[in-house]
Design a binder for this molecule. Sequence first.
Ligand SMILES: Nc1ncnc2c1ncn2[C@@H]1O[C@H](COP(=O)(O)OP(=O)(O)OP(=O)(O)O)[C@@H](O)[C@H]1O
Ligand SMILES: [Mg+2]
Length: 458
Amino acid sequence: MPKTILLVDDEVFFTKKLAKNLSDSGYDVFTAFSGKEGIEIAREQVPRVAIIDLKLPDISGLDVIKSLNELEQPPITIMITAHGYIEAAVSAMRLGAYDFVEKPFPVDKIKIILQNALNSANLKKTVAVATKHEKQKHGIGALIGVSPVIKNLAGLLLKLAAEDPRMVLITGETGTGKGLAAKVLHYSGRRAEKPFLEMNCAAIPENLLESELFGYEAGSFTDAKKSKSGIFEDADGGTILLDEIGDMSLNLQAKLVKVVEERKFRRLGGKKDIKVDLQVIAATNKDLRDEVKNGKFRQDLYHRLNVISFEMPCLRERKEDIPLLTDHFVRFFNNDINKTIKVVPEEVRRAFHAYNWPGNVRELRSTVERAMILSEGEELNPRYIALDLDEGSVSLDEQDGKMKLEVDLDDSSLEDIEQKIIRKTLEQNNWNQTRAAGALKMNRQNLRYRMKKMGLLG
Ligand SMILES: Nc1ncnc2c1ncn2[C@@H]1O[C@H](COP(=O)(O)OP(=O)(O)OP(=O)(O)O)[C@@H](O)[C@H]1O
Ligand SMILES: [Mg+2]
């Protein structure tokens, strides 16, 4: 298969040098010094890969990518930007660019990217199509938002994806998009073609979790009739997301540190080491520092995880994203459940803006979904949006750490009052359930039961 490459860059000297270097390495190289010329050559020569500078004399590199994408056999595109043009890089990735490189870069770097790009191009078509779909679904474009925090986060995710750290910790309240961010990281980096596997550490008992992660050999425990690989093995080359890492037992935490440090492990009952190349992303809505203090989380694992960690911002702190997210979910459910909602009334938008979204983006999504299922016609019916806007018959004020409660006795139930207090206490404790439960002098299970009744838990 010919390895035809197109270079589009107006820096003539740089481009010729790179072209020479690449053709010495066995590539068939074409060069263009303007965007339009590049598109012309691509049409004629059908290159496998096009490396495009962002700044061109006639049209922008992003427009070149757009035009190339429309060709019958579009090349893989790689964007070159000057240092600091992270926004343009984000846009390029949104357009489906394979990667971006900041100038200046060593030739070897572009060669590695090229090789990776070509390897991925050579994958079987079905796989390529499937992955492209996943990549589009979970590319950087999946992270919706115009707020500065989200834009920064998108830039950070792309940077991290390029750096490919071995461990990443994502914190944040429930429903803020931790799972989504993990997928974006995976699908924007070199691991995109490899598996992305998830494990919820809170959902299953410890020994089952252990055998799911590590796999086992026949006879290693009574039920183990056959050998089975675990997800550390199955995800080799790719990424695993350990959700609710704060609930992992101390024993398993110790084993996890070993896997990440030594890049090898043994199946349960196994005799030989299995080498793996994994990226481990851990997510939690707990404050792991507290867990370390309480002896529930290993300090060494915490430090290792904390090297590269970021927090997903909660929705009430970036309300400017609500309209965009709302429209996104309306579009999504129009398609998904066959609806034709075209209008979100101002009244609904105002309510969305006023509400404080304890369940974050997930709550917004399910609020939109529920209202859409129930609405007829083309308008999202405000009747089906039920949000507690703090305007009820119970109001709570806090001063000096004390809550002042005002109740309209004609118009409030004990349940209203209870819910208001629970919500307020959760807010005061940053939605940390353990602390809120402590403040309310109830156990966490009991609190969670009530939260569930209030629709605050998924
Ligand atoms: N910025 C965003 N743009 C688009 N969709 C988003 C965004 N953030 C979250 N979502 C969507 O909201 C839902 C909840 O996100 P996700 O499951 O990633 O949250 P989470 O933080 O992992 O929650 P939990 O702590 O409960 O596991 C998903 O459907 C996700 O796709
Ligand atoms: Mg999650």
